[in-house]
Design a protein around this ligand. Sequence first.
Ligand SMILES: Cc1cc2nc3c(=O)[nH]c(=O)nc-3n(C[C@H](O)[C@H](O)[C@H](O)COP(=O)(O)O)c2cc1C
Length: 199
Amino acid sequence: MNAPLHSPRIAAHDIHPMFTARWSPRSFTDETLPEDELLTMLEAARWAPSASNHQPWRFAWGLRGDEGFDAILGGLLDFNAAWAAKAAALVAIASRSTVAGSEGAPEVANLWHGFDAGAAWSNLALQAHLSGYAAHAMGGFDHDRAAAALNLPKDHHLHAIVAIGRQGEAAVLPEKLRAREMPNARLPLAQIARRGTFA
Ligand SMILES: Cc1cc2nc3c(=O)[nH]c(=O)nc-3n(C[C@H](O)[C@H](O)[C@H](O)COP(=O)(O)O)c2cc1C
């Protein structure tokens, strides 16, 4: 079943309800996230498709209260850190931008590493939703600060930091964020997909 009629999340075609039910809240309960649940989400990410099956995605994660969590949190910009500090887990998503050349040749660029990391993020977010958690991606981080804190290798690109937890009450958020604490809409399909042409 799709979202109720007052929701901006009404699918125009018959899709699985998880696609419209997943969204990115900023309020989390105090509940911790068992490591197994986090590994289940990363496992879903691991099964994403990738160019030549290179699997360029890499993850650094921490559970609230551990050093890894604090290291990732320290990389976030203030406007995200303010609410993401209450998440039960933080996951930094990077991808390796090169692959080994054939037969010992030097490393070559993997043009699809970012595309593939996006597919892995999507799997992670949908698994989090199916497991009863919410995952919220953030591009608002200081790249150099996060890269240093997480020992990001030189040929890796850091894409996003993801906050994960059980969704909390909107009421606990500051007023500005409270007003935005709801599922949003999407562009009409006809605006983003055309038969045989982009424009
Ligand atoms: C790569 C990426 C970067 C994002 N950066 C931020 C961010 O810095 N702060 C934030 O609050 N939300 C951020 N978001 C969340 C998006 O605003 C959100 O996914 C989008 O509005 C669609 O809403 P939904 O996820 O609830 O469907 C980001 C999402 C993605 C995928």
